[in-house]
Design a protein around this ligand. Sequence first.
Ligand code: PBG
Length: 343
Amino acid sequence: MHDKFPTIYSTIRQIQENMFTRRPRRNRKSAVIRDLVQETHVTPNDLIYPLFVMEGTNQQVEIKSMPGIYRFTIDRLLDEIAECIELGVQTFAPFPVVLDGLKDKYATESYNEHSLYLRTLREIKRQFAEVCLVSDVAMDPYSSAGHDGIVENGKILNDETLEILARMAVAQAEAGADIIAPSDMMDGRVGYIRHELDEAGFQDVSIMAYTAKYASAFYGPFRDALDSAPRFGDKKTYQMNPANIREAMIEAQLDFQEGADFMMVKPALPYLDVIRSLHDNFPTPIVAYNVSGEYAMVKAAAERGWIDGEKAMYESLLSIKRAGASIIITYFAKEFAQLYQNM
Ligand code: PBG
C-alpha cells in the first residue's frame, strides 16, 4: 500500500520525522504579535490598594519592611488617594494603626463611631464619593491579645466573636464602606454578617470573604506596620494549614452558601493552585491578596540589584491573574499604575 502512493507517504513521514510543522516561536517573533496573542492582562482597574492610616496630622512614616509603603495620617492619606485616582486605581482597602491604650479584650474600639478607622472611611467618602472602599473586619488591630477573635483561657471563641464582627461590619457600612471584608476566619461569619447588615438596612453593602486565608509567614511586614502580631501563640486554630487545598473547598462552599459576593485567597503567589481551584469551581469573582511578605521579597531583592523589581512585580501580578484571580489586592497597585501609564 505504501508503494502505491510513494510521494504522499514519504512527505507524511518527513513531516512526522521533522516535527517542525508547529513552531510556537512564530507567535513570538515580534512585539506586535506577542501583544496580539497575550492571554492575560493586568490593568489598574483590577487592583485594590491597601492603605495604612495612623493618628495625627501632616505625617507619613515609611514601613521599614515595605519600602514605598507608608502609614499616613488622614490628611496625607487623602492626598495619596487623590494621586491613585489620577492613575486609575479606584478601590482602596484601609487598615488602622490603633493606639495601644485603645486595645482591649473585646476590640470595643472597632465599632466606636469616633475611632480613627471609621473617621477615615467617612472622610474618604466625603472627599471622593466615587471610590470603592473595602473595609477590614477582624479583631486583631484592636485586640489587646493581637488575635482575630475573643481570647478566653488561651482559646479563641468562635461564636461569641461573631457578635463583635457584625457590630464592626455594621459600623463600617454606616461610615460608608462599599464592601465588607472579613479577614478573621471564624466559622459562620459571612452568614452572620450578611444577616446583621441586612437587618440594619445595608442590603447593598457587599461581602468580600477572606475564604482561604492561610496561617502564613508572609504576613510579617503587615503585622509590623500595624503592630498587630499575636501577643501569644499563633493563628493556626483559625487560619488554614498551608498544606491543604481540599479544605479550601469547604471554606469556599460555606462562604458561597452564606452569601459571599467575592471570595479571596491569601497569600497569592504560594497559593496559585488554590486560586485556580476556586476559580474553576465557584462563579463569584475570585480575589487574591498579594500580601506584605510577597511585596517585601521583591523589594528586598530589587534593592540589592538581584532582580529587576518592576519586571518581577508585573510578572507576579500577571501570574496571579493567569491562575484565575480577577482582582488583586496589592501594595504594588500605585507603582503598577504608574508603570502602566507608560506601557
Ligand atoms: C488581619 C489581617 C492580616 C492581613 C490582612 N488582615 C494579618 C494577619 O492575619 O495576621 C495580612 C495582610 C498582609 O500581610 O499584607 N486579620
